[in-house]
Design a protein around this ligand. Structure first.
Ligand SMILES: [Zn+2]
Ligand SMILES: [Zn+2]
Ligand SMILES: [Zn+2]
Ligand SMILES: [Zn+2]
Length: 94
């Protein structure tokens, strides 16, 4: 009779692939992830939702004009539903 062993915390699984050993912790969301899903301090889920302009903050949405993912700091103009990034507005990135 085999029982699954729960509560063994020394071999934590990656929260993205649930296959590999999680050896890294994302500095943004705090997920435990494997080497494959970890790059420059962040997990690949955060990397995908990162602002494409500054690459420092999580994005809040897309620019209406160029379609880039942009964060709060890189929004030049917003009226709630419409957003334009600083690049499209001709402003220097912060
Ligand atoms: Zn993984
Ligand atoms: Zn993350
Ligand atoms: Zn940004
Ligand atoms: Zn734009």
């Amino acid at each position: 009779m085999r029982r699954p062993i729960f509560g063994l915390r020394n071999s934590l699984k990656c929260e993205i692939c649930e296959e590999r050993e999680a050896r890294n912790t994302c500095s943004i969301c705090g997920r435990s992830v494997c080497d494959l899903h970890f790059k420059e301090g962040i997990c690949s889920i955060c990397e995908m939702s990162m602002c494409e302009l500054c690459k420092k903050n999580l994005s809040i949405g897309y620019c209406e004009s160029c379609g880039s993912l942009i964060c709060e700091e890189c929004v030049a103009y917003s009226n709630g539903s419409r957003r334009i990034c600083k690049k499209c507005a001709g402003l220097p990135p912060s």
